[in-house]
Structures are given as C-alpha cells and as structure tokens.
Design a protein around this ligand. Structure first.
Ligand SMILES: [Mn+2]
Length: 359
C-alpha cells in the first residue's frame, strides 16, 4: 500500500483548504493513511508526515503496521496527547473531523491544543481521497468480491424449504472465515417470505417455505477491504407475476450499471434505475437509494442517491442495488459491487442473476 502518496495527496488538499494539519479520528481514515488497524488511535497529518498516538495495547502493532508514521504511546487520553503535541509543534490552522469526534473529545483536544491555533471543521477530506481507489485497493476489493461470490455459490445448493434463515446466515459467515476472510463486512442478511419486504432484515429462526422469495445480502472483509452483494431466489417454480417483478429489478440494475462511467453525476445512476422502475409502476416500492461506495468501510463515498451531483471518477467502487419491497408479501433486491473503470463498469461480483430454486 502506498501510504506516502496518500499522505501527499492529503497534504495538497489541506493546503487548498488553508490548513496546516488535520486531526484524524476515524479509524478507517487512519488505516487508509498509515496502515494501522487497531481499535483505538488518533493521528495528525501535516506537511511533515503523520504522527500516531496509541495506547500500550497497540504500540508493537502500530510500529509494525504504520511504518511511515511517528508512533507515540500514551496510557490514556489520546486526543489530549495529540493536542499537547500540536501546541508544542505550533501549526496555526488545524482541521478536525467533526463527523468522527464526540463533543467531549473536541473539548479535550482544544483545551490541550491551547488558544493559539485556529480550529476548523474539515470532515470528509480523507473520505474524498478514499472515493478513488488505487490499484492495490481495487485488487483487494476484487479478491473480497471473489471470495463472497464463491461462498454464495457454495451455499446456494443448500437453500431449500425447511432450512432456518439463521442457519444459512451462519453457514455463509463460517465459510467466509474458512476461506481466509476476516469475517462479514456487515450482518449477513437472509430474509425469506414476508421478511424479504424488510430491506435490512436480520436473519431469524423462520424456516424457509415453498413459495418464498429469499434475499441474501452478504460481503466479506479481506485484507481490510469489503465486498457487498445481494441475490434473490425463489423457492419453487416462480409464477409469471414474480418473474415479471424480478425481471424489472434486474433490468433496472442493468440500466444503473450501464450509467456508471467516469464523469457521470452520481445521481444519474439513481435516476436511471428509478426511471425504469417507474415505467413498470414499481418506483414507489423502491424505498432506498441506488448504491454506495465500498472500500475500507461497507458504506463510504460516493453515495448513489437521488440528485447527488458529485461526479464519478475512474477508480470509484460502488454498489448498484435496486430493490422492491411489498409489505406483507416479500421483496426482491439485486446488488453487485462494481468498479468504475476508464472504459466503463466492471462487475466484481459476477454471480448468476437468473437463478430460480426448485423447492
Ligand atoms: Mn450495499
């Protein structure tokens, strides 16, 4: 991972904002900039490089993982320690991440940093860099997607009436780890029958039944990077009306993916999906946005929502995941993780979408 070039890009961004330093309090951002993956830490980025504060649980790990950063060990009060360092080293214009700092943390940081510097909210700067993946990152996401697809392909033959949602979710999670993944990137969704009408259903003790639509939404974390994929299967021989609904979601997803290219406004992807569903009279059942960036976090920039004006860059990795949810009846969602390449979209989760299970 090329941490130095990321730090340099951040330096340029800070300069353009009139900032000397940035206090980095999101662990995902700290990992992105330094390679450190502990569960607690505070970093300061500036023109002279990165400094990282950790507690004694993480000193050895931080020195190994964040080789390019100056690692400081403190027993408690990471923010206060960073604040004292800033007071001593004297940057005048300091940015902080108001989206990843508690009110108390902010007070402690400023008190320790003293009265001299000016403090400006600067959330989203590192996230903006993270929205464009470098080749090492796309390779990790590609591998995470491949592993996710493999796990799903292995478990699908076990999907039949009489199996518990929770047992299928446990099987998917277990296989993710057995294949070398760190674990699920989010709580694996297995939602059948009426429960498939809940976009973020948790798996329950419900048994799958013939005639159920079953939504599987899963993704592994591998080498620090996430994957995200959803497939919907029907238990039995699907009646024409279910096939028609499924086909509409599938076409909507294809429209969305076809819209992904460098320079396209993020909102245009959402619009393409929504327009197709509207034509089929289904847009009011599509209750969430079309997709989101995927990387170190399962949900990150860019957001593919209605009216989003940010333009997609080559190197963005996003999901395209239209769904329709019919209360009391069921739901259908199809989702891929997709790389926006210079020449167009590349689907990283190439699992069949034409699968119908006979119960
Ligand atoms: Mn998703």
């Amino acid at each position: 991972m090329d941490f130095i070039s990321r730090q340099e890009k951040l330096s340029v961004l800070l300069h353009s904002r009139g900032l000397d330093s940035l206090v980095v309090t999101s662990l995902a951002n700290i990992f992105y900039l330094t390679g450190f993956r502990g569960s607690a830490g505070v970093a300061v980025a500036g023109s002279s490089g990165m400094s990282l504060w950790v507690d004694p649980r993480y000193t050895v790990q931080a020195r190994a993982e964040a080789a390019g950063a100056e690692v400081h060990e403190v027993r408690a009060g990471l923010l206060e320690a960073a604040g004292r360092w800033l007071r001593k080293h004297g940057p005048r214009r300091i940015g902080y991440d108001e989206s990843n700092l508690s009110c108390r943390g902010y007070e402690n940081l400023r008190r320790a940093g003293g009265k001299r510097p000016s403090w400006s909210p600067a959330a989203g700067l590192v996230e903006r860099l993270r929205a464009v993946k470098d080749s090492c990152e796309t390779e990790r996401i590609r591998q995470a997607c491949r592993l996710t697809a493999e796990v799903f392909e292995e478990v699908v033959p076990e999907v039949r009436p009489g199996i518990k949602e929770l047992d299928l979710a446990a099987e998917l999670d277990y296989r993710m780890k057995r294949k070398g993944g760190e674990g699920p990137a989010f709580e694996t969704i297995v939602a059948s029958g009426r429960r498939a009408a809940l976009p973020h259903a948790r798996p329950t003790a419900k048994l799958l039944e013939k005639g159920d639509l079953v939504i599987f939404d899963l993704g592994v974390i591998l080498h620090g990077y996430a994957a995200d994929m959803t497939r919907t299967v029907y238990l039995g021989c699907a009646p024409a009306r279910v096939r028609k609904l499924y086909q509409s979601v599938r076409e909507a997803q294809e429209r969305g993916i076809a819209t992904l290219r460098p320079g396209a406004p993020a909102g245009s992807v959402d619009q393409a999906v929504r327009t197709l569903l509207k034509r089929r009279g289904l847009d009011r059942y599509f209750t969430h946005s079309t997709g989101h960036g995927v990387g170190i976090e399962i949900h990150e920039a860019p957001r593919l929502g209605r009216g989003e004006k940010a333009r997609l860059s080559a190197g963005a990795v996003v999901t395209v995941e239209p769904g329709i949810y019919l209360e009391g009846a069921g739901g259908i969602r199809i989702e891929d993780t997709v790389l926006v390449g210079a020449g167009g979209a590349e689907i990283l989760t190439p699992v069949s979408k034409g699968r119908w299970i006979l119960g």
